[in-house]
Design a protein around this ligand. Structure first.
Ligand code: MIC
Ligand code: SF4
Length: 643
């Protein structure tokens, strides 16, 4: 039997299930990562499970999201994570050490191993041949305790890369092209494997830019082979011993193959408000811009920063443009300082930020009203930047730098020869900001510090016999977790305080939703295609749970979000006939007779719309395990009952 790269990794980590597309499989997880905006919940849940010490090969907690400390909340959460990780055997990457995915790629990712992270961009590690997957904090907590991680056996989509990138065309343009081809739903239920001659022309950081944004395709993960270039990268990071070659078998079978010719790619931009709304930059050229932000886990590597520095050297940022630059890690930041490139960025007028997520998650640097912002990030969802009417375009570092100087969109391929950048043969290695956990003996004496911002986690309830409630909210296609549970400076500090967070739930779509949900004691939500795309934040399930949401009906769901709904006891159901969506209205009184029985063992349920008198069929596409979790009122209850 011939296997693809991911099939090989799955085979080596299979704990339960059969490797048949569409079936649930259980995987052994070698490594986990968390970040601070999802980490407090993950560790609270880990503590609730009562495991003393993590059972993974490696678990790391990063502080990179909530780094703007405008009040005590974020600092308290950081301290909680620092003490809880020290006690339970987890490494702690201090604030200032960098963005989780960038640091993990540099220091910990290993080809052929499995990684789950409480962040949807964990597939960044696929750039080095690791199977990285985004997951809810609760699933990460279970994996830290040695538990199995469940996914649906994915289809394998092969992207066959040919040729070589031209001057000023970059890895970002490759993934934008794939997004244009496949759309934000195109990767759902699938893994994207890159192959072909073109792979050899891409460095590990370039590969990681591509796998990072596979999250925007909805893919379970994206992966590159592990080859000589991978070995060189690991060697440069002083970790050649972590290298193993990894390639698909020659006669491996793929569910679909797409060709992308690197040589014919042009600079691209994802236009507002979706990463798949892709146009050639040449069509936008000359349009004025207000802001440029360079960084994020997608484009903050040494290669990206050196490219930008070379383009800005000796120039001045246009007076109508505000330019922010956030290097991805302490390693990148220090090396930029040491080689002088940082001085080129500063003297051109770039506003240098700390190495953290920053503007990507709306932590500062919100654009002006209706501002046009060019960002090298991965998401341009409505209002994510912190300015409701801002227009965010996702572009490569090359387009970003050229446009920042000109004050208008620039297609950099019109600039002639690109600067030649060579990556150093060895990187600066200093893990002094990674704290090691206490030994089991010392751990007993460690007190976990909990600030007043940390409030109890709401508990799920077992489904009642019948479910009678109102359709409290109806939303359209591609609803993101940024719609459900927005982020930004004002909201993120409450990630450990669900009651406070609930005041912001769905306010991007409907500012009265939290009040209405509270007044009515909850209800059912109706969504369109790809409901819950984007982030892994389990708050997008926890907060609706707190507001009394019992079920979500949609045309289809995004992978991580549907797992989060089940983990917190909210029943996900799909419309058997998607057109029924148009026949159900917000405010309708709904009845699901025999709701509990359907959750327990039926693939269909009948929904009666009492307002119109019409009935609709709903599908409950659940595995036995998921039914048991829902019947227990969520994963925490289920785990307790089964331990
Ligand atoms: C994001 O990019 O949306 C985030 C913020 O990193 C999230 C995690 C979160 O909401 O805390 C993600 O991608 O999972
Ligand atoms: Fe941080 Fe942005 Fe990456 Fe999310 S996408 S991990 S917010 S840099």
């Amino acid at each position: 039997m011939a296997y693809t790269i991911v099939q090989k990794i799955i085979k080596n980590h299979l704990v339960s299930g059969e490797m048949k597309v569409g079936q649930e499989i259980g995987l052994r997880i070698d490594q986990t990562l968390t970040q601070d905006a999802t980490g407090t919940m993950a560790y609270l849940q880990f503590e609730a499970m009562g495991t003393e010490r993590v059972k993974t090969e490696l678990s790391v907690a990063y502080i990179d999201h909530n780094t703007l400390q405008a009040g005590f909340e974020n600092a308290d959460d950081h301290r909680y994570i620092q003490t809880v990780t020290k006690k339970h055997g987890i490494r702690f990457s201090r604030p200032g050490n960098g963005i989780c995915h960038q640091v993990h790629l540099e220091r910990f990712a290993i080809p052929g191993k499995t990684l789950i992270g409480s962040d949807s961009h964990t597939p960044t590690a696929g750039g080095i041949g690791m199977m990285g997957m985004g997951a809810g904090g609760l699933d990460v907590a279970v994996a830290m305790g040695g538990g199995t991680y469940y996914i649906t056996m994915p289809k394998i989509i092969r992207i066959n890369l040919k040729g070589r990138l031209s001057d000023y065309v970059s890895a970002k343009d490759v993934i934008l092209e794939v997004l244009r081809l496949l759309s934000v739903k195109g990767g759902v239920g699938a893994v994207i494997e890159y192959s072909g001659e073109g792979v050899k022309t891409l460095s590990v950081p370039q590969r990681a830019t591509i796998t990072n944004m596979g999250a925007e395709l909805g893919a379970t993960t994206s992966i590159f082979p592990s080859d000589e270039i991978t070995r060189q990268f690991l060697k440069a990071q002083g970790r050649e011993c972590d290298y193993t070659p990894l390639a698909p078998d020659e006669d491996a079978v793929y569910d679909a193959t797409y060709d992308v010719d690197l040589s014919s790619l042009k600079p691209l931009a994802a236009c507002p408000h979706s990463p798949d709304n892709v146009k050639p930059v040449s069509e936008l050229a000359g349009a004025p811009i207000n802001q440029v932000c360079i960084g994020s886990c997608t484009n903050s590597s040494m290669l990206d920063m050196l490219t930008v520095a070379a383009m800005l050297k000796g120039k001045t940022v246009h007076p109508d443009v505000s330019l922010s630059i956030s290097p991805g890690s302490k390693q990148v930041y220090t090396m930029l300082a040491e080689c002088g490139a940082l001085a080129d960025l500063i003297s051109a007028g770039a506003r240098i930020l700390e190495c953290a997520c920053g503007p990507c998650i709306g932590m500062g640097f919100s654009p002006k009203s209706a501002g046009i912002s060019l960002r090298t990030f991965n998401r341009n969802f409505l209002a994510r930047s912190g300015t409701a009417d801002a227009q965010v375009y996702l572009v490569s570092p090359e387009v970003a730098a050229a446009s920042a100087i000109a004050g208008v969109f620039v297609d950099p391929t019109t600039l002639g020869k690109a600067p030649e950048i060579t990556l150093p043969s060895s990187f600066l290695i200093n893990d002094n900001l990674i704290e090691l956990p206490a030994s089991p003996e010392e751990a007993e004496g460690i007190t976990v510090e909990r600030g007043p911002n940390i409030k109890p986690i709401p508990k799920g309830e077992a489904p009642k016999e019948d479910l009678a409630c109102e359709l409290i909210l109806k939303v359209g296609d591609n609803i993101t977790t940024d719609h459900i549970m927005p982020a930004g400076t004002k909201i993120l500090p409450y990630r450990s305080n669900v009651p406070k967070l609930s005041e912001f739930c769905f306010t991007v779509c409907d500012k009265d939703f939290p009040e209405r949900a509270k007044a009515k004691g909850g209800g059912i939500i109706l969504g369109g295609q790809n409901y819950g795309q984007g982030s892994s934040r389990e708050h997008a399930a926890l907060v609706p749970l707190y507001l009394g949401i019992k079920a979500v009906i949609a045309k289809s769901f995004a992978r991580i979000h549907v797992a989060n709904l089940i983990n917190f006891g909210i029943v996900p159901m799909t419309l058997k006939c998607p057109d029924d969506y148009d026949r159900i209205s917000e405010g309708d009184e709904l009845l699901l007779e025999g709701f509990r029985k359907a959750v327990a063992g039926s693939d269909v349920a009948v929904l009666l719309d009492k307002t119109t008198g019409e009935s609709f069929e709903l599908c409950l596409n659940l595995t036995e395990r998921q039914r048991e979790i829902l019947l227990a009122g969520g994963m925490l209850n289920y785990t307790k009952a089964n331990s």
